[in-house]
Design a protein. Structure first.
Length: 129
């Protein structure tokens, strides 16, 4: 298995379910020179992975966004057939549930990253070593 994995901190943001809320959120971060490395948007929530979590949280708090920090797993997968299936199956076979999963915005070389909220990050890291 050629994937690299690490524990990261994701920012969970509550969004109003109306037009323009995602654009506003992204614009606030861009205006403060915070680059979004990965994003998942699900109806009334956004999950963000940024390099400077503290700076992003200060900006979001100042703008009265409801936020929460979550420990999640970042897995860099080979961009090949079945790579995600292999990781998801290994976790599932060990009883680790994937609550949600989304992909990163940038792609380096022949890999792509996925962010996973799993029921047990420590066990998941051991399973995927």
């Amino acid at each position: 298995m050629g994937e690299k994995m690490e524990r990261i901190t994701e920012i969970f943001v509550i969004l109003e379910n109306r037009p323009a809320t995602l654009g506003e959120l992204c614009s606030h971060l861009a205006e403060n020179r915070i680059n979004i490395e990965a994003i998942g948007v699900f109806q009334d929530t956004a999950k963000l992975y940024v390099k400077n979590v503290n700076k992003a949280m200060k900006v979001l708090d100042k703008l009265d966004y409801t936020t929460e920090l979550r420990e999640v797993l970042k897995v860099d997968l080979e961009n090949s057939l079945g790579a995600l299936a292999e990781v998801a199956t290994k976790l599932g076979n060990k009883g680790i549930n994937i609550e949600y999963c989304y992909g990163a915005l940038s792609k380096k070389g022949n890999t792509t990253a996925v962010i996973m909220d799993v029921s047990d990050v420590d066990r998941a890291l051991k399973v995927l070593k």
